[in-house]
Design a protein around this ligand. Structure first.
Ligand SMILES: Cc1cc2nc3c(=O)[nH]c(=O)nc-3n(C[C@H](O)[C@H](O)[C@H](O)COP(=O)(O)O)c2cc1C
Ligand SMILES: [Fe+2]
Ligand SMILES: [Fe+2]
Length: 403
């Protein structure tokens, strides 16, 4: 995609990765993604972030198109993760910038990523520091742990614009550059998917940062994330800030996720019966086999759900590996305000539900009991217990969500 001038003399010079399906190797990105970076052509020419190394060549083409032979004076590096700083070494070599601005933690991360950076002209900018580049002033604001210690945003007061790096991004490859050009429900889903799988553990930081930004009284009418679509206009800025506040609050909806794996379908039958109980209580349910659904898809569904119900047969005195994988993944993302329950089939020793229940309480989820465990193929009666468990969870969800 060619460069796009998003405001006078502020250009998108990034790359669309239409084929990306595994984001950072752990999360699915079914719609692809973009690596957005930006060029400001003021008295000083400033490059804000770079792109994944794989696409450095395309970024250089886009930059050349805008520069028309001019040089780049400054780099601003808002975050050192390789999807944004991956082309930094090549860019330094090519443009020989006068200065590279980054946060205090950014400098540390830069040195640990680029071992040949000793002679780079790195200048650490403390949070709140401003820099004149001609008609414009850049202000750097640390956003520590959103989502790395080095993360910062760069604010351009004159344009009421902020380069927010990973914050407010979405994994969407598109020919459009602005959020208002895309179907809103697709966009909202992609925002939630991104938040649930990347930003969620830092929700307390999101709330504090939103408060801090409000207190700073920054005027904002454009937010430029480093993935996906750009938010333009005051109404769009309000929309995305409010969406992040809602995401961070993690208010559960009347919805449950049943995630399970099975060898011979007994645990699967139990999953269906629990779903029937939930539906009887008017709760929306997603029944997710872990063979059919990637852990990141489960996380996206769990994000706004009130309950996580996990099933596994007993396998070698333990649980099946796909279920253990999901539990590890969910634990790291620290979802809040969830009810939980466990179920599974077994043959002789039957450790499954104990292991699942402990894992769920270990994530501060509130267990709805009794967990259901059946010997080999569930009887009609055992499936009845599953329906009852589903109803009980449904009632607890209604009490929790006020529905
Ligand atoms: C390879 C293998 C290992 C198993 N290990 C155990 C075990 O350690 N303890 C136990 O109670 N059952 C064990 N079982 C029995 C299963 O838990 C039982 O067949 C259960 O009904 C399978 O449920 P599913 O149909 O949902 O896969 C094992 C089964 C298999 C195939
Ligand atoms: Fe990142
Ligand atoms: Fe990123």
């Amino acid at each position: 995609m060619r460069p796009v001038e998003i405001k006078k003399d502020i250009w998108w010079v990034g790359v669309v990765d239409w084929n990306k399906r595994s984001f950072h190797g752990y999360s699915q990105s079914p719609l692809g993604t973009t690596y957005n970076n930006y060029l400001i052509t003021d008295e000083k020419t400033v490059l804000v972030d770079t792109v994944d190394q794989e696409f450095a060549g395309r970024m250089f083409c886009n930059i050349a198109h805008v520069l028309q032979g001019k040089k780049i004076d400054y780099f601003v590096i808002n975050h050192l993760e390789p999807d944004h700083a991956g082309s930094l070494a090549q860019a330094v070599e090519r443009y020989k910038p006068e200065k590279i601005f980054t946060s205090p933690m950014g400098e540390k991360a830069l040195r640990a990523h680029f071992h040949n950076s000793a002679d780079w002209p790195v200048e650490v900018v403390p949070s709140g520091k401003s820099l004149s580049i001609g008609k414009r002033t850049l202000t750097f604001v640390e956003t520590r742990m959103l989502h790395w210690p080095d993360s910062m945003l760069t604010y351009v007061a004159e344009d009421k614009l902020a380069f927010t790096n990973d914050a407010f991004g979405q994994n969407i490859a598109s020919s459009e550059r602005f959020a208002d050009e895309i179907d809103r429900s697709v966009l909202r889903r992609a925002m939630a998917e991104y938040y649930a799988n990347i930003v969620l553990p830092y929700s307390p930081v999101v709330l504090k940062t939103l408060e801090a930004v409000a207190a700073m009284g920054l005027e904002l009418d454009t937010l430029c994330p480093d993935h996906g679509l750009i938010w333009r206009g005051a109404a769009e800025v309000r929309y995305v800030l409010e969406a992040y506040r809602e995401f961070a609050l993690q208010r559960p909806q009347p919805k449950a996720v049943i995630a399970y794996d099975t060898m011979w379908h007994s645990t699967e039958k139990m999953a269906e019966a629990i779903a029937d109980g939930l539906v009887a209580e008017g709760i929306s349910v997603k029944v997710m086999s872990l063979k059919a659904n990637h852990h990141s898809q489960v996380m996206t569904e769990l994000f706004d759900a009130a309950a996580l119900i996990v099933g596994s047969p007993t396998h070698n005195n333990g649980i099946l590996p796909l279920v253990a994988n999901l539990l590890t993944y969910v634990k790291g993302l620290r979802p809040q305000n969830k009810l939980a329950a466990a179920f599974g089939s077994f043959g002789w020793s039957g450790e499954c539900v104990k292991i699942l229940s402990e894992a769920l309480t270990g994530m501060n989820m509130e267990l709805v009991e009794p967990a259901v465990k059946t010997k080999f193929v569930p009887t009609h009666e055992a499936l009845g217990q599953c329906v009852e468990l589903g109803k009980k969870i449904g009632q607890a969800i209604k009490a929790k969500t006020g529905n």
